[in-house]
Design a protein around this ligand. Structure first.
Ligand SMILES: [Ca+2]
Ligand SMILES: [Ca+2]
Length: 389
């Protein structure tokens, strides 16, 4: 039943947005943004819409701190509308220039900052992408950009120049998500693509050529993680039944689990207080669920106002020099045009909650030079905020 309710709700969202899009009475600018947000919602075809959407809670109307005022000091790190919605923030050797960078990727381009936060370089994308992650295909210290999909039904690999290396899609249902990892251990990454409808999971080689197809319904999200300790990643994905499946390099099922919560979209993040393996993090009702990739519940975290259809991103962060890592989670509610930042102390208690304006799809921890603790970097719409403890 959970699966049916989830699917019905997602279909309602898609249906209502189509109605909105067709209305000549609405202004086009904000509507474009609303539809852009809808790209990130799972959309199963063929389900009948349900009549009601949950209204935005009045407590979320005004952006601001709901819990833990003074715990973090917030400032704007980047404001650049031409980047589009920020979808990934990553530090490392990413750019041909010497020294590490902070890479900030959005739907329309990427920005590289030096270690202190000053702009070093900018790369506009030739075509607007969906959810973009920063990756390094060859491991040569110059990053590429993985367009995971959610826009125009396709995924793509974007070289450092911002042009296009390859595009993949064209199947009924459209691309829901894509993830990269060297699943066969030959030193080059493969790309696993998840489709809506019944088109399943496809594995591509590094050049974007298809290696195999495994059929499944509504593959909402795909990840790459070394589930069984084999020394190279396996393919992890969810499906229409809200299950988690693990596949090997040949596409064969290694694990199929039925977690305690319906898993549609999810993020992967470590949280050192629960070990060094990545956890699956997914949203539930007023709760965030932390699962093993094998589907076992590790922890549940109190998350006021959270709903099942939120998409979440998470990062561990050292916010007190003498304490284990905290966990920062951004949950985004595209239809409400709001996001929530939750911060949990090492024991799992919620210590900070803030309502953010717009759609936020990235959170990272960064240690600025001279600091004794991490600063949280949160990506919004053409904007990155720094939250410093
Ligand atoms: Ca590279
Ligand atoms: Ca490989």
């Amino acid at each position: 039943m959970r699966g049916v309710a989830y699917a019905c709700f997602a279909a309602t969202v898609a249906f209502l947005l189509c109605v909105l899009a067709a209305s000549p009475l609405l202004p086009q600018g904000p509507l474009d943004e609303l539809i852009e947000g809808e790209e990130d919602m799972p959309r199963p075809p063929g389900d009948r819409p349900r009549p009601e959407l949950p209204p935005r809670p009045a407590e979320l109307d005004e952006p601001g701190v709901l819990l833990g005022e003074g715990f973090l000091a917030k400032r704007s790190l980047v404001q650049d509308e031409s980047l589009g919605w920020i979808t990934d923030i990553r530090a490392g050797e990413l750019d041909p220039a010497p020294g590490p960078e902070i890479g900030i990727a959005g739907k329309r381009g990427a920005l590289f900052l030096d270690d202190g936060g000053a702009v070093k370089a900018k790369v506009p994308f030739m075509a607007r992408a969906g959810h973009v992650d920063i990756i390094d295909v060859e491991g040569d210290g110059v990053c590429e950009f993985m367009n995971r999909g959610g826009s125009d039904g396709v995924a793509s690999l974007i070289p450092h120049s911002g042009r296009i290396t390859w595009i993949y899609g064209g199947e009924p249902g459209g691309v829901m998500d894509m993830a990269a990892g060297d699943v066969d251990g030959d030193g080059r990454p493969e790309f696993a693509v998840g489709f809506g409808g019944g088109s399943g999971v496809h594995l591509l080689d590094a050049d974007g050529a298809r290696l195999w197809t495994r059929l499944d319904g509504n593959v909402w999200q795909v990840g790459m993680v070394d589930v069984e300790g084999r020394g190279h990643p396996q393919i992890l994905h969810s499906n229409a039944r809200g299950r988690l499946l693990v596949r090997d390099a040949k596409g064969d099922l290694a694990i199929q689990s039925d977690p305690d919560v319906y898993v549609g979209s999810f993020s992967l993040s470590t949280w050192p207080v629960h070990g060094d393996r990545p956890l699956v993090i997914t949203a539930g009702e007023k709760t965030l669920w932390l699962l093993t990739p094998g589907g076992a519940t590790v922890a549940t975290l109190e998350a006021p106002h959270c709903l099942h259809w939120a998409r979440v991103w998470a990062a561990p962060a050292v916010l007190r020099p003498d304490e284990p890592s905290y966990l920062a989670v951004v949950a985004t509610f595209a239809l409400w045009q709001r996001s929530l930042l939750y911060v949990y102390e090492p024991g799992g208690g919620l210590v900070y909650q803030e309502t953010l304006e717009g759609v936020c799809q990235a959170v990272a921890a960064h240690r600025f030079p001279g600091d004794e603790a991490d600063t949280l970097l949160v990506g919004g719409e053409g904007q990155v905020w720094a939250h410093q403890p």
